[in-house]
Structures are given as structure tokens and as C-alpha cells.
Design a protein around this ligand. Structure first.
Ligand SMILES: NC(=O)c1ccc[n+]([C@@H]2O[C@H](COP(=O)([O-])OP(=O)(O)OC[C@H]3O[C@@H](n4cnc5c(N)ncnc54)[C@H](O)[C@@H]3O)[C@@H](O)[C@H]2O)c1
Ligand SMILES: CC(C)[C@H](C(=O)O)[C@@H](O)C(=O)O
Ligand SMILES: [Mg+2]
Length: 352
């Protein structure tokens, strides 16, 4: 099992260390770790946020464990050299079009939520976010209007094949859960969304056992706070999924808790090749302080064990250890506690 570790920027290296601690503690057979440079750190060393050797390493690996990228000192670089281009580049180069972002309340830990416990208790949802298209990857640039003003533009587009393949992923996910799928779009305004909705409806004919509903994204943002328990699987585009998943994290408790899997179609001898990362970023405001919560990173490693290595039992062990650590009061500052990054990693490893 070849795992590429890309720690990246800011809190990335701190949280990655704790995920590796937990993986080491599992004593998995035949694991090889490769370490690669990515993001602002890679730009400084190699002049590019996604150096060719890092991409090569990721192509050769069975799975990629990714920390975070983003560095305020790089915010004025030309866009193609900015740290964020590394994660966007990996997602598209590796064909990772399906981003699974689960958000579930942990029993007994509903008081972590920013919502009232009786509302938070019911949260058990999965956001299926399309990851290779949308306004992220359309033509973009700046130009001058006829009136002489500067104008920025980013083209939003989805082709029907892009929508179809993520719809299949979402329907299949719903079949394995409670059988409900809510497609989130902005079809009342956007042509891209109308096509999205039409294609999702077409695909639904193949899944008569899944109850499909549609919701506009503004309403979905409101419903996530009003009654998040109504959702089972939500499927949406790249931009809406990015925003809604950060919001969902606070419904559970903290952005430091939410993991993700980015999957494509490539199979390895162990499972589906994927990239696994917390949904949060490099958190420059707390980087270097040992204050970041590594749980989202550790839970991303659990998702890797499940999806890329078929090790469901180990994945469940890690998830249970995280829940137990929280139940025992091991909380980072993001959850109002005092535990540091390393304390949390050690506490999880001890509870495996
Ligand atoms: N996939 C990625 O690598 C990724 C994701 C999101 C943002 N980013 C990048 O990260 C940089 C910072 O972006 P941002 O501030 O908007 O988002 P962020 O997710 O990095 O941080 C938002 C807030 O949440 C806190 N936070 C995030 N993760 C935490 C953790 N594990 N423990 C405790 N607190 C945590 C931060 O301290 C900050 O206050 C930017 O450069 C952005 O582009 C990268
Ligand atoms: C860093 C950025 C490109 C990224 C995204 O927008 O996809 C991040 O916000 C995420 O959620 O993974
Ligand atoms: Mg995001």
C-alpha cells in the first residue's frame, strides 16, 4: 500500500504528523509512505506549487493523504503559481471528480454543535460534491469593458457527462444509506443548474429505490441550519458543495472535524484510488502554534483505509477512537477545549 503524504502549508504538517501517528499505531502490514512537496512550500523549493515529481509520486501511489495548502505570502503570485492550484491540479490530473464529505453528529456529543443539541442530534448526511468542473475550471480572466473598467470573469459550465457521472455516484451512495437524495442547484437562475437538474432527473430513472428531491442552494443553506436531520445524501456542484460543507461542519461542531474523500474511477489492487483531506484549509491564523485540531485529518486517513484499501475494520477503529477521545473531553481550542494538536493525536492513538 503506497501512500503519498503531502503535508503542504500552515497547519498541514502539524496535522499530518498526527494522522501518521495514528496510522503507525494501527501497525498495518506493507505500508510505504512517500513524502512530497506541495503548495506554497513547494513553490518556495521548486518554483511551482505542484512540482512534476510530486504529481508523478501521486500517480504511482495507491492513495494520497493531503494536509492543506494556502499561504498568505503567496496571495499575490500569478494565479497558476498560487498554492491552491496544487489541490485543484491534483483533483483534475488524477480525475478525482467525486468528493465525499460526510457530516454526522456523534452520539452524546451534540453539545459540540453550533446548533441546539436537539437539532444537531439528527445530523447524518453526506455531501457529494462534484470536483472537476463548474466555475472552478471554466475560462477565467480579467479584461477591460468598452467603458474602460476592469472586469473579472469566470465561466460556470457543466457538461451532461460530468453531471451524469457524479449523479450516479450520489444515487449509489444513497442506496447504501437511507435512500434519499437531495440535488442542490440554482436552476431558477442558472442555465448550468437547469441542465444539472435535467440530467439528475434522467439518471434517477435507473434508481427507482432512491427518493430524489431538488432544492435551491440558498434554501439548502437555510435548511442545513433549520433542520439538518432532513438530509441523507446531498449532491451538488463544485462551488455550492465547497460552501455548504464548511457550513455543515459547524452544524456538527467544528471545521476541524470534517474529513473528505476525493475519488475517481481508477481501481488499484486494494480499492479505489483517491485523495483524502480535511475540508478545512491551512489555517494561517493558528499555524505553528500546535493548536490545530488534527481530527479531520485523522478521519480523512480513516476514509482512505475504507475507500482505497478496503480496510473497513481499521477505518471504524480510527473513527471510534476519535469519538472516544471527544467523549473523554479531549477537545481542541476549536471546540472550546485546551488540548493541543499533539495531545489530540496521542489521545486518539491510545484509544485505538
Ligand atoms: N484543501 C485545502 O488545502 C484548502 C481548503 C480550504 C482553504 N484553503 C486555503 O487555506 C488558507 C486559509 O483559508 P481560510 O482561512 O479561509 O480557511 P481555513 O479552513 O484554513 O480556516 C478557517 C478558520 O477555521 C480555523 N480552522 C481551520 N482548520 C482548523 C483546525 N483543524 N483546527 C482548528 N481550527 C481550524 C482557522 O483557524 C480559521 O479561523 C487559504 O489560503 C485558503 O485558500 C485550502
Ligand atoms: C483551497 C480551495 C481550492 C478548496 C476548494 O475550494 O475546493 C478548499 O476550499 C476545499 O474545500 O477543499
Ligand atoms: Mg473549502
Amino acid at each position: 500500500m503506497k501512500i503519498a503524504l503531502l503535508a503542504g502549508d500552515g497547519i498541514g504538517p502539524e496535522i499530518m504528523e498526527e494522522a501518521v501517528r495514528v496510522l503507525d499505531a494501527l501497525r498495518l502490514p506493507q505500508v510505504t509512505f512517500w513524502r512530497g512537496d506541495v503548495g506554497g512550500a513547494a513553490y518556495r523549493r521548486h518554483g511551482h506549487p505542484l512540482p512534476e515529481e510530486t504529481l508523478k509520486m501521486c500517480r504511482a501511489a495507491d492513495a494520497v493523504l493531503f494536509g492543506a495548502v494556502g499561504d498568505p505570502e503567496c496571495d499575490n503570485l500569478e494565479r497558476h503559481l498560487r498554492p491552491e492550484q496544487a489541490i485543484l491540479g491534483l483533483r483534475s490530473e488524477l480525475g478525482l471528480f467525486a468528493n465525499l464529505r460526510p457530516a454526522a453528529a456523534m452520539p452524546g456529543l451534540e453539545d459540540l454543535s453550533a446548533l441546539r443539541p436537539e437539532i444537531a442530534r439528527a445530523i447524518d448526511l453526506l455531501i457529494v460534491r462534484e470536483l472537476n468542473g463548474d466555475v472552478y475550471f471554466g475560462e477565467k480572466g480579467t479584461r477591460t469593458t468598452p467603458g474602460g473598467q476592469r472586469e473579472g470573469y469566470d465561466v460556470m459550465a457543466y457538461s451532461e457527462s460530468e453531471v451524469r457521472r457524479i449523479a450516479h455516484t450520489a444515487f449509489r451512495a444513497a442506496q447504501g444509506r437511507k435512500g434519499r437524495l437531495c440535488s442542490v442547484d440554482k436552476a431558477n437562475v442558472l442555465e448550468t443548474s437547469q441542465l444539472w437538474r435535467d440530467v439528475v432527473v434522467e439518471v434517477s430513472a435507473e434508481y427507482p429505490d432512491v427518493a430524489l428531491s431538488h432544492m435551491y442552494v440558498d434554501n439548502a443553506a437555510m435548511q442545513l441550519v433549520r433542520n439538518p436531520g432532513q438530509f441523507d445524501v446531498m449532491v451538488t456542484g463544485n462551488l455550492f458543495g465547497d460552501i455548504l460543507s464548511d457550513q455543515a461542519s459547524m452544524c456538527v461542531g467544528s471545521i476541524g472535524l470534517l474529513a473528505s474523500a476525493s475519488l475517481g474511477e481508477q481501481q488499484t489492487e486494494f480499492g479505489t484510488k483517491g485523495l483524502f483531506e480535511p475540508i478545512h484549509g491551512s489555517a494561517p491564523d493558528i499555524a505553528g502554534q500546535g493548536a490545530a485540531n488534527p481530527m479531520a485529518m485523522i478521519l480523512s486517513a480513516a476514509m482512505m483505509l475504507r475507500h482505497s484499501f478496503g480496510r473497513e475494520e481499521d477505518a471504524a477503529r480510527v473513527e471510534a477512537a476519535v469519538a472516544q477521545a471527544l467523549a473523554d473531553g479531549v477537545k481542541g481550542a476549536d471546540l472550546g477545549g485546551t488540548a493541543g494538536t499533539k495531545d489530540i493525536g496521542i489521545a486518539v492513538a491510545e484509544r485505538l
